[in-house]
Write a protein that binds this ligand. Structure first.
Ligand SMILES: NC(=O)c1ccc[n+]([C@@H]2O[C@H](COP(=O)([O-])OP(=O)(O)OC[C@H]3O[C@@H](n4cnc5c(N)ncnc54)[C@H](O)[C@@H]3O)[C@@H](O)[C@H]2O)c1
Ligand SMILES: [Zn+2]
Length: 349
């Protein structure tokens, strides 16, 4: 098992290893009074792992209840949050009770947001069960729901008090969800760790627990220097600026990681064509994406992608920050005029 300490406005540990669901109750009881715990999960994850987690919490002395909603991004909405908050109020939850998020990024983002706003903030624990949630969404304290005008438009910064990643849960993931996680892992490699990039490319012959831990360390290092996303944390958007546009163009039939993979390939090719990156870098990134079963190209129209990229909430004023890889392991934040974005997409498509 690996333990990574995160020092943000609240400090917490991320535990990564096999069989952690069994010891979850004990670990959580070491941090909180043994009061009430509500497990928030979806209708795929809860039937798989809900019972084990409930037993572990009950054995440790917690009174356990659960809130289970239909899986999928479509449910990451205020209406689900409202139902969850009502159930917590009904159960007379207080600030000494806790939420335990058992699931992927959708569950984690929503459970975290409910924890952030119920009674102006109660504690929560993340138990990520997708690779994407393990390496990315469970750490760093960004919580959110979607609005009809876009993803993650409503949320809060609210750090979990503990993250427990039981790597055994990853065994039941569908291939497409494994690929989504691998896209984020390659992203970390391109941002700042060539060795990680090489290992993720060849992930079947590497120790997944160690790879997850390295990704969490990178996220920890970036987030602890910029918890509220005003500077360096933007590096984590590598592949996302254009990737989100690709996801939106597909009307979200494409999963997040697949959008990110395409966005990463486009920006890498654009950086190389514009003479900013080493010649040959984009091909290496494409090959790594392909070896992880991920896409590198899109047929969506350039104008449409440019419009969608510019409607992203992360652009401000006349300029937009593009995250540009110069080399595998070296990525920078580069401000361009909004009018230049289309040119970048064209160069990279
Ligand atoms: N907060 C952040 O910093 C952050 C970062 C990245 C992504 N996100 C958000 O995360 C979400 C995507 O997360 P995701 O890819 O985990 O999606 P998800 O939570 O929808 O999970 C994907 C699918 O896998 C299923 N699943 C989960 N765990 C499983 C398991 N162990 N075995 C079998 N099936 C399992 C789920 O039921 C779902 O159908 C997006 O909403 C995105 O905006 C947030
Ligand atoms: Zn992402």
């Amino acid at each position: 098992m690996q333990i990574i300490k995160v020092n943000t406005s609240t400090s917490y540990e991320v535990h990564i290893g096999k069989g952690l669901l069994e010891s979850a109750g004990e670990k959580i009881a070491a941090l909180f009074p043994r009061n009430r715990a509500m497990i928030v999960s979806d209708d795929i994850v809860f039937p798989l792992y809900g019972e084990k987690l409930t037993k572990s919490l009950e054995d440790a002395g917690f009174a356990c209840s659960n809130f289970v909603f239909e899986n999928g991004e479509e449910r990451k909405r205020i209406s689900t949050i409202e139902a969850l908050l009502e159930q917590m109020a009904e159960a007379h939850f207080t600030r000494s009770d806790i939420i335990v998020a058992l699931g992927g990024g959708v569950v984690g983002d929503m459970a975290g947001f409910a924890a952030a706003i119920f009674l102006r903030g109660i504690s929560y624990v993340q138990v990520p069960t997708t690779l994407l949630a393990a390496v990315d969404s469970s750490v760093g304290g960004k919580t959110a729901v979607d609005l009809s005008r876009g993803k993650n438009l409503c949320g809060a910064f609210w750090q979990p008090r503990l993250v427990l990643c039981d790597t055994d849960t990853l065994d039941t993931l569908k291939e497409v969800n494994v690929q989504d996680g691998l896209a984020e892992m390659l992203k970390y490699g391109v941002i700042c760790d060539r060795d990680l990039f090489d290992k993720v490319k060849n992930y079947k012959n590497n120790d997944m627990e160690a790879l997850i831990a390295r990704c969490v360390e990178i996220k920890r290092d970036i987030v602890s220097g910029d918890e509220f996303d005003r500077g360096q944390r933007m590096l984590l958007n590598l592949g996302h600026t254009i990737g989100h546009a690709v996801e939106a163009a597909s009307e979200f039939t494409l999963t997040h990681g697949h959008g990110v993979a395409t966005g990463l390939a486009i920006i890498a090719r654009a950086a190389e064509k514009k003479g900013m990156a080493r010649v040959g870098m984009a091909k290496e990134i494409e090959d790594a994406l392909i070896s992880c079963g991920l896409p590198t190209k899109t047929d969506y129209d350039t104008d449409m992608l440019a419009t969608l990229t510019l409607s992203d909430k992360k652009s401000s004023g006349d300029s937009i920050s593009l995250i540009i890889p110069l080399e595998i392991g070296n990525t920078v934040i580069h401000k361009v005029l909004r009018t230049e974005v289309k040119d970048f997409i064209e160069a990279g498509k």
